[in-house]
Ligand binder design. Structure first.
Ligand code: SF4
Length: 216
């Protein structure tokens, strides 16, 4: 039987810049297509561009790099059925697999064993109405819910969501400043003054290579 296929935007080897795996040399598999249009999106090039590849071809490309870490990202990976087959194949091959997903699609069918990094889009993204709120009940303790904060109003909204749902008891909570919209210092001070039960993150790849560099 032919291996399922996925439209892939790019496959590259770099340093993980986000999540609790930050700093790990990682193979990134960026799938094409996204069902959202966040105001501050930095990967618009993944909306359509890409090449259709079979899962076997993606696996071969991943195995070309000597690392145990693979991150499947987008675009929105869960917008393509073949992503589920790819995640399964990566787990079977023994990789530590993380999935970055935009929070608008249920994670219920993501294979167990995948570390899910699930966005909760704050209002300034323009996408907070599109969230699949059931994901708050589906996360495992190893998963991470990520809020990109682009204003003080976003911070207050994110804090309210965390507190109302007791999210810090369910999984890891990540707050990141939206690049050039909220300074790291501002976000750090808001977290400290409100005693927020979160982990602050920066997009390390942007600090290393700048905001416009692709394939990093
Ligand atoms: S979910 Fe990600 S890829 Fe999609 S529009 Fe938002 S930031 Fe861009």
């Amino acid at each position: 039987m032919e291996s399922p296929s996925i439209k892939i935007n790019e496959i590259f080897f770099s340093i993980q810049g986000e999540s609790l795996l930050v700093g790990k040399p990682t193979v990134f598999v960026r799938t094409a297509f996204c069902n959202l249009r966040c105001t501050w999106c930095d990967t618009k090039y993944a909306y359509w561009d890409g090449k259709v590849m079979t899962v076997d071809e993606v696996m071969k490309a991943v195995k070309g790099y000597d690392t145990e870490y693979v991150c499947v990202t987008g675009g929105e990976p869960l917008s393509q059925k073949g992503t589920y087959d790819l995640l399964e194949s990566l787990l079977v091959a023994g990789y530590t697999v993380s999935l970055e997903t935009n929070g608008s699609i249920s994670i219920k069918d993501v294979p167990k064993g995948v570390i899910k990094v699930v966005d909760i889009k704050c209002p300034a993204s323009g996408a907070s109405e599109k969230m699949a709120w059931e994901n708050l009940e589906l996360v495992q303790p190893t998963d991470q819910l990520k809020f990109v904060v682009a204003s003080r109003a976003d911070f207050d909204w994110a804090q309210d969501v965390c507190q109302r749902h007791g999210l810090h008891k369910k999984c890891h909570i990540l707050f990141s400043p939206s690049f050039e919209q909220v300074s790291p210092k501002e976000l750090a001070e808001w977290i400290i003054s409100s005693e927020a039960k979160v982990t602050m993150q920066m997009q390390m790849h942007k600090q290393i290579w700048g905001s416009d560099e692709r394939g990093v």
